[in-house]
Design a binder for this molecule. Sequence first.
Ligand code: ATP
Length: 384
Amino acid sequence: MAELTLDGVTKRFGDGDGSIVAVDDTSIDIDDGEFLVLVGPSGCGKSTTLRMIAGLETITEGEIVLDGRVINTEQPKDRDIAMVFQSYALYPHMTAQENMSFGLEESTDLADAEIKERVEEAAETMGIGELLDRKPSELSGGQQQRIALGRAIVRDPSVFLLDEPLSNLDAKLRSQMRTELQRLQDDLGVTTVYVTHDQTEAMTMGDRIAILDDGHLQQVGTPLECYHEPANRFVADFIGEPSMNFFEVERQDSTLVNDQFEYPLSEETIAELESSETDTTKLTLGIRPEDIDLVDAPETAHDFEAVVDVVEPRGDENSIYLTFADFTEREPFVASVHGLRTIDNDQSIVARIPESSIHLFDQETGRAVRNRRLEASEVTEPQL
Ligand code: ATP
């Protein structure tokens, strides 16, 4: 069992005045065997959070608890936690075997034979058995990363901490290692906290993801919860590639208005907005690219004449950048369509923005006041 809890954890840096708040009052419960991904843009506090769990950084406030034991006062070596760094941090003068054994030799009184057995077992798991006699300079980046992971595995820790472990690898190897790491974590069942700035890694690897911005925890949820039911505009924008489209609008009774379009809302959505605790006059309308339908002619009140600005082929799907027909100078918005569908630059087209798929955010706070429907649409599009 290894349940890890961050309870009101805060880290302030700064010369005596603690003016830089790297992590602010963060609380997360991580279940035994869970794979939690900490994700966010550069400088949001991911590495600091991980380093506090590892004990490489002191905490300013709060508690870190592992299975009911407060560990933030313990030395890193006593925490039963193994960390894997982006830089691999292998000793260059040691062979892979020695790199993997070293920690155990230093921090445990295991017999040499037992250490050898553990290293060979971990090497087998990582598929690096034949590389054990090589030094890091004789290994590729991917092989070095496997040794670094193997070194963490031999310690048989309660918790793995992984800090951007795949970012030095090329795209193909990275996606291969993603799957491998997930399988490995699943087999070993070790509670894992994984840091990345890459939302694709977060979406594909995590049981749950915790999204940070500027030291503040924005949302903790399964990847699909964060994708479909973002807590706020930041999460909606950060998760998903291409990003969600956003339009600033003003609600005038039952219609969302800006200078490019008017978007009538159903009674159901209005009721949802009216029951919200915040002022829902100034809103941001969000729509994911794959939720915009491109059709030939307007049929519903949620269909808008548009012009194709740029077509970006991706193979499996195409990203179509559009502007509203009469406003071609404006910032384009993007729709995703099947890769085999032919759409040309400058083509006139109709963008359908179905009400069941729209998100509405409070413009001032960014908080989501209405997220898309996940069940089959109950909202009938108003016909023209
Ligand atoms: P990246 O993805 O770029 O590594 P991150 O999300 O891991 O970013 P952190 O390294 O945790 O971010 O840094 C969070 C904030 O704390 C940043 O503003 C950073 O400048 C600041 N910070 C980190 N370490 C220190 C330090 N030792 N002294 C002062 N400020 C620091």
